[in-house]
Design a protein around this ligand. Structure first.
Ligand SMILES: [Ca+2]
Ligand SMILES: [Ca+2]
Ligand SMILES: [Ca+2]
Length: 149
């Protein structure tokens, strides 16, 4: 039960709220993928010319009434949409019997799966190393990074 609560907090914390705040904030890229996306000429450096249009593009995407600025209402609408998407993804992942609610049993199953997948030496416990490798493995999956580093 306690373990489940911790995992739920971790899942909610990382998948539900991370990213939403970065909607319009000019945040410099911290991952290789995000950096490479900005580094148009791939010289390993991003310039203001690379960065500014990106930020402005993002602003324009949120400016649904196209009046040149993003209002609080527009920001709200965007964040609600994102939150809905994340919620839907979370439900899809955890609500395995599809009854519209996440039960303790379903959460326990998810915890078991995460543990089993992370416990690479199968000693029934997850070390910090295993946890780190698991997170990295999970993060790497969707990233199509051809350079192994
Ligand atoms: Ca607007
Ligand atoms: Ca369910
Ligand atoms: Ca282990």
């Amino acid at each position: 039960m306690t373990r489940s609560k911790i995992l739920l907090a971790a899942i909610l914390g990382t998948t539900l709220f991370a990213g939403a705040a970065m909607a319009v904030e000019p945040v410099l890229p911290r991952t290789t993928k995000a950096f490479n996306r900005l580094d148009a000429d791939h010289d390993g450096k991003i310039t203001l010319n690379d960065f500014k249009p990106r930020v402005e593009q993002r602003l324009a995407r949120l400016d649904t009434d196209k009046n040149g600025e993003v209002s609080e209402a527009e920001l709200n609408a965007y964040m609600e949409k994102r939150l809905e998407q994340r919620k839907a993804r979370l439900m899809k992942r955890l609500d395995t019997d599809g009854n519209g609610a996440i039960s303790v049993a379903e959460l326990d199953k998810a915890v078991d799966d995460v543990f089993a997948a992370a416990d690479t030496d199968h000693d029934g416990a997850v070390t910090l190393d295993e946890a780190r490798q698991f997170r990295m493995a999970k993060l790497k999956k969707p990233v199509q990074d051809s350079q192994p580093n």
